[in-house]
Design a protein around this ligand. Sequence first.
Ligand SMILES: [Fe+2]
Length: 309
Amino acid sequence: MRFFFAADVHSSETCFRKFLNAIDIYGADVAMLLGDLRGKVIVPIVQSHDGTYSTDFLGRKTVIKNEAELAQLEKKVGAVGYYPYRSTVEEIAKIQSNPELMDALFLKFFTERIESWSKLAEERLAKSKAKLFIAAGNDDPLEIEDTLNKSTRFMNVGDKKFEVDEHEIICCTYSGLSPWKTPRECEEDELANRIQSLTSQVRDFENSIFMMHDPPIDTILDVCPKLSEDMTPSATDEIHAGSKAVLDAIKKYQPLLSVHGHIHESKGVIEIGRTICINPGSEYAQGVLRGAIVDIAKGKVKTKMLTSG
Ligand SMILES: [Fe+2]
């Protein structure tokens, strides 16, 4: 059975379309799109009194004169995972001064993106027999669960135990604490409890698969630049930002496979005891879909390969 995993696409339209295409190209029986799913930037497209629009997208100021140009710009904005927002100077000022309005706007755009992805997956994979799974990550607000649950082509497996053939799979969407104060982060003790509530449902760890957004700490899967007090990434200093609770669970239960995300810079494959641990990494902002193919046969991982395209 061939599994295809990708993570941290952060609302990138390009990466999502590549993910759908990859299922057929790689011949995956099971495809899993793991968190984080939410985009990080809203791009205001400001309407002037003369009817034209202007925007500052990726450092480039542009004036847009007609609907065709607007549609083209919005496509470019969505491709990198941002949300285009047609608005006025007054509306933008109001939203920028009110964090609650800003959160609500992000949730609206995020919800619309997931709904459109769900529809696209239905259309593109109408004839495919591949099983599709999706899960949130620490960046994704809890309110998105309803929308993920409504998808008819994806099954939402966030914070659940589920089964694919003889494999029991558990999925934890939470991470340890981060500097970003995200919706699904918690102290290591709480993370350990969350993992425990999932592992307590597993009967056969030998054939089990862990999907835990946070990678195990102190490995090559969790290295990222150290942040300064003003949150600037260091060019030279690195830290391990993974989770001890995740590492402990892998060591204790020794699943067949453990798949992670969260730390975009730290793609890699390692072994912790008998467990193959993978972080596919992420380059969503560049429109590159990073992924991992894993072939499992007769209770063993036969092939493990990182992909990029
Ligand atoms: Fe994350």
